[in-house]
Write a protein that binds this ligand. Sequence first.
Ligand code: PRP
Length: 193
Amino acid sequence: MTVTSTYEQTIERTLFSKEEIASAVDRLARQIAEDHVGQPLLLLGVLKGALYVATDLARALAQVPNGPSDILVDYLCVSSYGNSTRSSGEVRMLKDTTERLTGRHVVLVEDIVDNGLTLSYLQALLKERNPASLRSCVLFDKPYHRLVDVPLEYVGLQCPDEFVVGYGLDYQELYRNLPYLAKLRQSVFTQEG
Ligand code: PRP
């Protein structure tokens, strides 16, 4: 695997390989397909983190026989962490959906759920738009520090209680494009100004 030299020196270990992630995404796609047979589906990815999982999920869904009648992908963009490793608890909507949600079957797609505030905020906000159904899908579930109880219909992988990067997840906007999930070396954080 080729990564940039900066990345290589700062990664402690791989937590989930590219193959393990692909297999989890395939499983999520089958579950989502099963719940939306013959229905038009709107996959709604939460940027920036869910960019990769939402696109991979959309392509995996296209390969499931007898799934949704059609699949549309849209994105919204929120930020709750900024450039910090800890959640501020404040969710800011940076870009709303372009599609109308009223009467649609919507699956909200997140890369990670940690304290749950981001997803909980979005679920409440989107429910007010009267979708026909609203379910939530998360690739990496980190259930150790929940501040709110957030319903998750589809869960990919249980993430260790570590600060993780890759496959959409960043540290100061870096590492999102790693094809696997990784733990960074502690030295990365101790060098933080
Ligand atoms: C991350 C992630 C989720 C949220 C989860 O987003 O993509 O949206 O944090 O955390 P929570 O469950 O503790 O609320 P972030 O705000 O870092 O923005 P990003 O997706 O642009 O990286």
